[in-house]
Write a protein that binds this ligand. Sequence first.
Ligand code: GAR
Length: 218
Amino acid sequence: MMRLGVLASGSGSNLQAILDACAQGRIAAKVSAMICNVPGARALERAKAANVPAILLPHGAHPLREEYDARLVEELRRHDVNLVCLAGFMRIVTPVLLRAFPERVLNIHPSLLPAFPGMHAVRQALAAGVRISGCTVHLVDEGTDSGPIVVQAAVPVLDGDSEETLAARILVQEHRAYPRAIDLVASGRATAAGRKVSVRATVGDPARTIASPPLDDG
Ligand code: GAR
């Protein structure tokens, strides 16, 4: 069974979705450790409530990113983690982490990458006036939100959306997309070859359309 290490900085709602999916047997994995860099973050409480080791590792004590990541690797190894999931972890990770877990670090981002990488992705999407946005789960490489894409889910942007309402609509899909991506990677059904991930899963209706606004008023 795949042993997950989840890294979070905030509310931890994606962590919760992963914990729930493991508990319900929807993914053949268990969360072996949760590491958080922000004291008091709700993610810590969620891990404790699920009886998962909740490790607070504030980054302030390690001014060098590489030094901090070496501590992360130490903790992840101590808990025998073999797949690392960044879930609202608001830190840029370095090759120190990536080389310790090659092609075994996932991230979730609240946009349809490669659109709107980096900070404030939902704000960027609204400012650009796109009519469809969503979330992306991708393997992490050395760039910012640039690694091979495993799963994307799209939502409409509605007239009158604020950053909060659009982020909330995207978050609902994040909670479905992240467990799905973990399952695909953990089961070996999603494999990366260069920039592209090939996925062995049902295709669904290849003619289906996600349009915003809908393509007719029916
Ligand atoms: C999520 O929307 C996630 O996509 C985003 O932070 C939020 C964390 O929420 N991540 C990024 O913006 C990374 N660049 P959560 O703590 O409730 O899971």
